[in-house]
Structure formats: C-alpha cells, structure tokens
Design a protein around this ligand. Sequence first.
Ligand code: MG
Length: 343
Amino acid sequence: MTDRPPFAETHVRLAHGAGGPAMRALIDAVFLGQTRDPAALARADAACLPFGDGFLVITTDAHVVSPPEFPGGDIGRLSICGVVNDLAMAGACDVAALTSCVVLEEGFPLETLRRLHASVERACAEAGAGARVVAGDTKVMRRGELDGVIFSTTGVAFANRVVRDDGLRPGDALLITGTIGDHGLTVLSARHGLGLEGELRSDVAPLNGLVKVALAAGGAQVHAMKDPTRGGVTGALTEMAEKAGVAVRLREAALPMTAAARAAAELLGIDPLIVANEGKALIAVAPEAAGTVLAALRAHPLGHAAAHIGEVVAGPAGELLLDTGFGTRRLVSRDADPLPRIC
Ligand code: MG
C-alpha cells in the first residue's frame, strides 16, 4: 500500500465520491480505519469470502445518476448492471441473487417508476438465470429532500476461482472489451440538453456473459480485471497499478472510441480516458494468451470492438503513460470530477 498523508478533513466534499484519491483517502480514514478484515482491506469492487471449496462473492452499489433516463439506459438498468459487473470482475459470472432498495422523492411519477422497474427486469433477464431481485426495500422522502430517485443494489455469486484487481504482472497485455467514454458522455449530453444524443448511447450492459467467455479462453492467464466506471480508464488502471506495484503503458491510437463519443469529448473538452463506462472491462492477460482472449471477446456481441490497448511494465507503482504517437504523456487520476452523478 502506498503511504498517504494523514486525513485532516472536516466535511464531505463532492470529490469524496468521485472515485479518485480523495475518495480512497475517505474510505481508508473513516470506513477502513480500524478494520483488520482482509476482504475489506482488499478494497476491491466485490469481496471474495472463502466458502466451501470456492468463494462467496458479494458487492453493493448505490446509483444516483441524473437524469434517471438517458439514451441507451436508465438508473434501473444501471443498478443491475453495476452490481452484476462488479461480481463478474471478480470472476463470479453466475449471479445467485440480487437485492434492491429504492429511495424515492415525494411526487416522483409512478409511470417513470414503472418504466425503471421494467428496465430492472430486462437487465436481470440479460444477466442470466440467477440474476433476480429476491428482496427489496422502498422508502419515500419529502419533496426537496432528494432529487428524484436513488437505487441501491446488492449482489451475491459463488465462484470456484476468483480474479483480483491487483494481479497485474509486468509483461501482461492490457485489453479493453470495447469503446470508451460512451456512458459518461451520453449522460452529460442528456443532462445539459446538448443535442448530441442522436448517435451517443450509454454502453450500460451486464458483462458476466462476456467475462465468462474471456475466462474460458484465458483461464489462469487472466491475471486481473476491473470495470472502468467512475474515474474512467485512467482511474481504474491507476488503482490496479498502484495495488500491484507496477506501471502501465497505453497506446492512444489503440483506444477504441465511436465517432460520436470522440466528437462529444472534443466539443466538451473532456478527456475520454477519465469518463465513466458502464459496459466495459479492462483485462490484464499473460502475453501468450492475449490473442486467444481478444479473439474470444471479439466473437461475443458485447465485445466486437475489444482491443489490445497497452502493456503492464515494471516501474513506479501506479504510473500510467500514454504513447500519443508523438511522445509520451503521463495520465493522472484526479479528484476534480467533471462529471458528478454519472452513475
Ligand atoms: Mg467496478
């Protein structure tokens, strides 16, 4: 673990929810302060607890996205996919059960709530047999005490073998399962009525089927996985590389992006590498298995744009270098979140 300065803050700031260094400092200081629990101290998106001959994998996630409906998805779909994907990143692709808490603002339209629930059910169906909401809770707050709706979801799965987010080894190939930036740029465009939505669509999707295919192709050669949600590819890779004590080199020309997302990022002046994705995974795989895993990903409907975007190298822990074709730029995971309430 890297040394961090003492936590001297007195009040919560937006940056404490942005997925960057400030959030990690808050979690370390307040939530993990005294714990000795190895599952919690792993600071992973899902906890992997030894269970029988395998593992019980559990994760939980709150969604506060604004607006609640956007091109390609809505907060209901997001609430299921977010949890299914955090389980899948640990290698747990067969969901056992989900729970869902919905906190509503007085006056929230029931017609919208019905649509969001239908979307929850569709996302569950896409994620497979075990992905079903078996328990839930509903709370209502007075008008003005909450902005519309919050979904909070918990998911459980069993796995024989788990994949960690800190397993990067120098020499590993880094794969991404598809285009970057689509989700965050779509939500931002919808929120501000930028009129870019025509071709921009969120990528929000359950990745457990795709990950299953990658694990079947790569087996133990798959060393680490993480979904680049809040903080984007830069945030996710920084965290993975810090934990593993390695550096990462990315090739800008290899990063897959749709033309619409590229145009939106340019127009908004936002680096697509820090934008949240909700249907993509970063996969570190031994170099000799990279071709096989990439081919397997590309043969899956959610992975046709998968790409080999860089390498894990020996170097300062958490250092991210981007080869731009003209030179090398250092990527830094920051606290200044240009995109609050994106997931
Ligand atoms: Mg995650």
